[in-house]
Design a protein around this ligand. Structure first.
Ligand code: ADP
Ligand code: MG
Length: 399
């Protein structure tokens, strides 16, 4: 689960992290009211969406030369006009894709007199199985570009979970950022605060880009991007309460209600499969046959009629779907039960696209018989390869 920048900052502030003052706003009035509580004279109005690259982003509804999603304002009037231009409009950044994201929230914060920008993030490094800091003196820009063009400017400092964060980790981080004097000391303190936040909040990723040194040598966190391990959210009701469903795909939210693992993709063949491995294999074999899956969907081991119906509805709610491939292995479940579920669901949703079904496992003959006698235009397939060929052929019919 992801949170907005202002929410991430709220969480980090509890760990003592130095963050410029700021206020979230849902309306232009709230944005101005927030700015009034700040000392001024420099304010920053920031679009809150679950994507980075906002500063360089473009609003779809505004002229091409209009400013991006992070704007400096030198007066309350400017705060107001920026807020008016941003709220309700669609911001397109390198991370949102072409569709962009509608800006429904703003964050009005203190303008900082920046001397230098740095990059700092924490993540779970799968190679070492440790929480690692990634730091760079090249802040404020796209870290992938830095990693590609000047990898020597990125340092990785991994923390052994047995020892936890030690003062020498802090010194290594501050040294890698080439900080001197008191700023160096501040970085050591900050690193410990961030590590504590990362571990105790069960983060998956915590990115600060940029971390800045202001003209007085003070380190400040100007941007945050935080994501959390969904499996640990039950331990953090305060974090879970920050979930903003408008930032998520509606079909994925619907799927999560039925405990279905669903991820929307760009193709035209809807997939209904049990087991993540089989789902991956099904997507691969569709591609091998020259077509593209419209989704990843794992209905899980105990798929009931209710679950199968919900899965069908979710797949069909995607207008790009031109055919559905059901690929189920009846291991724990019996194929006849699955077949009955598919038939009931297909009738319930008035299935309008071709449906290819491949069943294998316990009671497979009984299951196939049910499908054949259902009166529905279901194409039965014998194996995975056959199923993929058939659904691709069905979808390509008449094209
Ligand atoms: P994004 O990464 O989505 O573009 P950032 O919060 O990193 O958004 O903002 C982009 C840039 O705007 C920063 O690199 C920084 O130069 C500037 N900026 C952001 N917040 C402030 C602030 N409070 N004061 C001054 N400049 C800021
Ligand atoms: Mg940023």
């Amino acid at each position: 689960m992801n949170v907005h920048e202002y929410q991430g900052k709220e969480l980090l502030a509890k760990f003592g992290v130095a963050i410029p003052a700021g206020y979230p706003a849902l309306t232009v009035e709230e944005a101005v009211a927030g700015a009034k509580q700040l000392p001024g004279p420099l304010y920053v109005v920031k679009s809150q969406i679950h994507a980075g690259g906002r500063g360089k982003g473009k609003f779809k509804e505004l002229p091409a030369d209009a400013k991006g999603g992070v704007r400096l304002a030198k007066s309350l009037e400017e705060v107001e006009s920026h807020a008016k231009e941003m709220l309700g409009n669609t911001l397109v950044t390198v991370q949102t894709g072409e569709a962009g994201k509608q800006v429904n929230r703003l964050y009005v914060t203190d303008g900082v007199d920046i001397a230098k920008e740095y990059y700092l993030s924490l993540l779970v490094d799968r190679a070492t199985g440790r929480v690692a800091f990634i730091v760079s003196t090249e802040g404020g820009m796209d870290i992938e570009t830095v990693a590609h063009d000047t990898p020597e400017k990125i340092a990785t400092i991994a923390i052994d979970p047995a020892s936890g964060f030690q003062p020498h980790h802090g010194r290594s981080i501050a040294f890698a950022l080439k900080l001197k004097g008191d700023t160096n000391k501040q970085a050591q303190v900050l690193a410990k605060q961030l590590y504590d936040a990362f571990v105790s909040l069960d983060c998956e990723m915590l990115e600060i880009n940029p971390l800045v040194e202001d003209v007085n040598g003070n380190l400040l966190v100007l941007d945050t991007k935080m994501s959390f391990d969904s499996n640990a959210l039950f331990r953090h009701p305060d974090v879970f309460a920050m979930r903003d469903e408008t930032e998520e795909d509606p079909a994925e939210i619907e799927a999560s209600k039925y405990d279905l693992a669903y991820i929307k993709l760009d193709g035209n063949i809807g997939c209904m499969v049990n087991g993540a491995g089989l789902a991956m294999a099904t997507m691969d074999i569709i591609k091998l046959n020259g077509a593209f899956p419209a989704n990843f969907l794992d209905v899980g081991g105990g798929a009931t009629t209710e679950k199968v119906t919900a899965a069908f509805k979710i797949i069909l709610s995607d207008p790009a779907v031109e055919g559905i491939l059901v690929n189920i292995f009846g291991g724990i479940m019996k194929c006849d039960v699955i077949a009955a579920g598919i038939i009931a669901a297909a009738k319930d949703v008035n299935l309008s696209v071709p449906l290819v079904v491949r069943l294998e496992g316990t009671n497979v003959e009984l299951g196939k018989e049910l499908l054949n006698n259902s009166g529905l235009p279901i194409v039965a397939a014998n194996d995975l390869g056959d199923a993929a060929k058939k659904i691709v052929a069905e979808v390509n019919k008449g094209k």
